[in-house]
Design a protein around this ligand. Sequence first.
Ligand SMILES: [Fe+2]
Ligand SMILES: [Fe+2]
Length: 319
Amino acid sequence: MSRQTLDVIPKHRLLRRTLYGLLLAAPLLPVGLACGNDEGCGFGSTTLSGGTVPLNPDGTAPAQPSCGGCPEQPDPIPLLSCTARKSETPGRADVTCSYMTCMNDGRRPEGLREALASRSGDALGALFAHAAWLEAASVPAFLRLADELKAHGAPESLVRAARRSAGDEVRHTRAMQALARRHGATMPDVDLPPFESRSLEEMLLENAVEGCVRETFGAFVAGWQSRTAQDPEVRGTLRTIARDEVRHAELAWAVEAWAQEQLTPAQRERLLQARQDALRMLGEEVEGQRLPEQLIREAGMPSRDQARTLFQGLSTLVA
Ligand SMILES: [Fe+2]
Ligand SMILES: [Fe+2]
């Protein structure tokens, strides 16, 4: 099949313009290593359940719930924040606890059980091993998306793009595993319970969070790494991955655009709210990041100041 036939998702011009604008600015930005800490860990997050809390008297979920139910993780995996959303249990809200981890961002499938940082290898190995793990977890996420899009009558172009994305993630996994091995680390196993059927709205909520926010930001970070990593092998690997990740982000936004026709105004409002919540949580993670200087220098990971700039670009896009 020709490349032209495969490029079925229209390019998202604002997304590409935003990304290229950010990347062109890369050499001019200060290399903010002030927050660097060789023992530190940061950028990226994982979430765990923190139990439930009571709803507010007016029936809304508390904006700043207690994080007391969040499970403790060994250092250096600090708790970043917790948020609450209305539970299916009457009068209660589910608490989601967000922890910092050393990793890139991507499309996480529902139910993915977190793998903590690799204990073997150095900081770079841990970064690449975790990135490989996340790439591997993205494969079933895209296959599920393809099946669900088909089941919900989405255009064939979206279904094909989701399947193609799954294939991309297989290649990304191998590429990241190779980088991890170079630094003495191995990819953790992907622990994912079987998927259950879900509604169109549930699928779209995941797409809003994991695709429109997280994978889009992941595409920005990958693009940044492809330009700033001192290690030429990392730059080369990330160049290919970044190109694919831009298409994955475009797929998420194309799914979002298609969904607008399928949903009620109330459902569209919930989708918008989910995107805003995910953006806010990501912003908190960016503000709290503490990256080892080695990851900024050799892997091209953005420093906190640089990540803020990328995040501002994403915020403009999401808004
Ligand atoms: Fe990927
Ligand atoms: Fe991806």
